[in-house]
Design a protein around this ligand. Structure first.
Ligand SMILES: Nc1nc2c(ncn2[C@@H]2O[C@H](COP(=O)(O)OP(=O)(O)OP(=O)(O)O)[C@@H](O)[C@H]2O)c(=O)[nH]1
Ligand SMILES: [Zn+2]
Length: 365
């Protein structure tokens, strides 16, 4: 079967990075130290070449991951090996911190890339979660993660059908929590907003959907695919296999164009992987802070504090200020446990390319 690689997101920018005498491929899945890749000539299972093994021994971030564009080299015996990971435009990195079985956090300082070359990051938060309303703090956290990856966040308030009165007010609150980010109401069951979500994937862009368990991620992918490509919670509850079993395909091409990456790692991300993205989510508070009289204002009673003034006047919700403080503390904690130099180096490389793409409008529908 032959594939048109441009439908998987291949473009001139990436073609310019391809070494001579190699074949381009996109990683659909990693399976026990080898990669399942899609090339123009079909799907292959390829092992890592010496170059990849060497680079990843020094730095696990260099290991191939789902979404990567890679260069394959044909060996004399007629099979391909994965010779090189092409420069990533965006990446979700788990910064060497994980929650152990007893719930404590531990860090080994080693980063791990969970997904690469994701253009659009949908943040799914239900309008109603059993008896609770949408959690604005969770939206802020996930939007911070999205910015951090280099992709463009879009917030989806899911299950909008459950919320009749007051949806507009809720959307307004969400817009305050995510300044500069598109916010849409979606009902995957009734179809509201689904086509709009699909529009973000035009031009064969790649998306991930972040959100808590039960946010409706699988149901949305199924709605986008116009069929059942993902098991949803109900099905899984019925067969008793529990959560996180949706692993058969991790790079899912949608019939209307574009791709969605869904992996267990991406599903679990968001509990503690935050960093500099926090500044972008709280750009309104950052702007206020610049107007404080003292450059090192702690916004806790100093004279001439613009942040507290905005709180007084009601311009800045108190919940948001608290959320900012909390996420900043977490980000600082994270940073103290990750190899900062390594992280920075990787991110700078992608940020340059991502900025280029933003400038040329590639990330906007
Ligand atoms: N009313 C309503 N229910 C929905 C909608 N979308 C999803 N649901 C329901 O919400 C539940 C969870 O949906 P899933 O799609 O499995 O959620 P998920 O985010 O994939 O959850 P995990 O796989 O645990 O991460 C299911 O019972 C869905 O039927 C919607 O638009 N409206
Ligand atoms: Zn201040």
């Amino acid at each position: 079967m032959s594939h048109d690689l441009s439908l998987l997101g291949w473009n001139d920018l990436r073609a310019a990075e391809l070494p001579t005498d190699t074949v381009p491929a996109r990683v659909a899945r990693i399976d026990r130290g080898a990669a399942e890749v899609i090339t123009a000539d079909g799907q292959f299972h390829v092992k890592y070449g010496a170059r990849v093994r060497r680079a990843s021994a020094a730095d696990p971030v260099a290991l191939p991951c789902v979404g990567d564009w890679v260069a394959l080299r044909l060996l004399p015996e007629g099979r391909y090996e994965l010779d090189e990971v092409l420069p990533r435009t965006t990446a979700f990195i788990r910064g060497g911190v994980s929650r152990d079985s007893v719930g404590g956090l531990s860090g080994d300082g080693q980063g791990q890339v969970l997904a690469a070359n994701v253009d659009v990051v949908f943040v799914a938060e239900p309008s109603m979660h059993s008896t609770d309303f949408a959690d604005l703090g969770r939206i802020e956290r996930l939007v911070a993660l999205a910015w951090e990856s280099g992709g463009t966040p879009v917030v989806l308030v899911t299950k909008s059908d459950l919320f009749e009165d007051g949806l507009d007010e809720l959307l307004a609150d969400v817009r305050v929590a995510a300044p500069g980010v598109d916010v849409h109401a979606v009902s995957s069951l009734q179809g509201e907003g689904v086509a709009l979500v699909g529009d973000y994937l035009a031009g064969s862009r790649t998306a991930v959907i972040l959100g808590a368990s039960g946010a409706g991620k699988s149901t949305l992918v199924n709605a986008l695919a116009g069929g059942s490509v993902m098991e949803t919670q109900r099905v899984r509850a019925a067969d008793g296999r529990g959560r996180h079993t949706t692993v058969h395909r991790e790079l899912i091409p949608l019939p209307g164009g574009g791709l969605v990456i869904d992996t267990p790692g991406i599903r679990r991300i968001g509990l503690y992987d935050i960093g500099e993205g926090v500044d972008l989510v709280f750009s309104d508070i950052e702007a206020l802070a610049e107007r404080c009289r003292f450059g090192d204002c702690g916004h806790s009673g100093e004279p001439g504090c613009a942040v507290l003034a905005a709180l007084e006047s009601g311009e800045l919700p108190e919940r948001r200020l608290e959320s900012w403080r909390k996420l900043q503390r977490e980000a600082a904690w994270m940073a103290s446990r990750t190899d900062a130099r390594l992280r920075k180096e990787q991110q700078n490389k992608w940020k340059v390319i991502t900025k280029e793409m933003r400038r040329s409008g590639r990330n906007r529908p």
